[in-house]
Write a new protein. Structure first.
Length: 133
């Protein structure tokens, strides 16, 4: 009986050792896979956070541009409204409308009147009264 027990014990011990070694290798491999997955997940999260930050900064810039556009457009419209409310403009003793046309339909000298209006330092239609800085 001793001999047969010894014969069985050796293969059983070897099988047990092999089983433990296989289990340990599997455990190491699973830990390596988990670590790799965690590293990749962190990289994806970091990339998405960077993209979200970029989108947020772009949105802020667009809102600022919209605000600036609205301010300038409103100033332009208010300037035109003032011109319309002022009515006819007198240049060199001639009654003209805001476009420099003579009352009564005479278009002679329109360009000269328009240039004198623009160059007279009052701001006129060159937009200088409407600039926001």
């Amino acid at each position: 009986m001793r001999t047969s027990a010894r014969l069985w014990r050796r293969p059983l011990v070897a099988a047990q050792l092999q089983s433990e070694e296989t289990r340990a290798n599997a455990e190491k491999q699973s830990q390596a896979i988990v670590r790799d997955a965690e590293v990749r997940a962190k990289a994806v999260v970091d990339d998405l956070q960077a993209q979200a930050s970029t989108v947020q900064q772009t949105l802020i810039q667009l809102k600022l541009l919209e605000e600036d556009f609205r301010f300038k457009f409103r100033a332009l419209l208010e300037g035109y409204l003032r011109l319309v409310e002022e009515g006819p403009i007198l240049l060199s003793g001639l009654a003209t409308d805001a476009l420099g046309r003579r009352a009564g339909g005479d278009s002679r000298g329109t360009r000269a009147r328009r240039q004198s209006y623009l160059g007279d330092g009052r701001g006129g239609c060159d937009g200088s009264r409407h600039r926001a800085g």
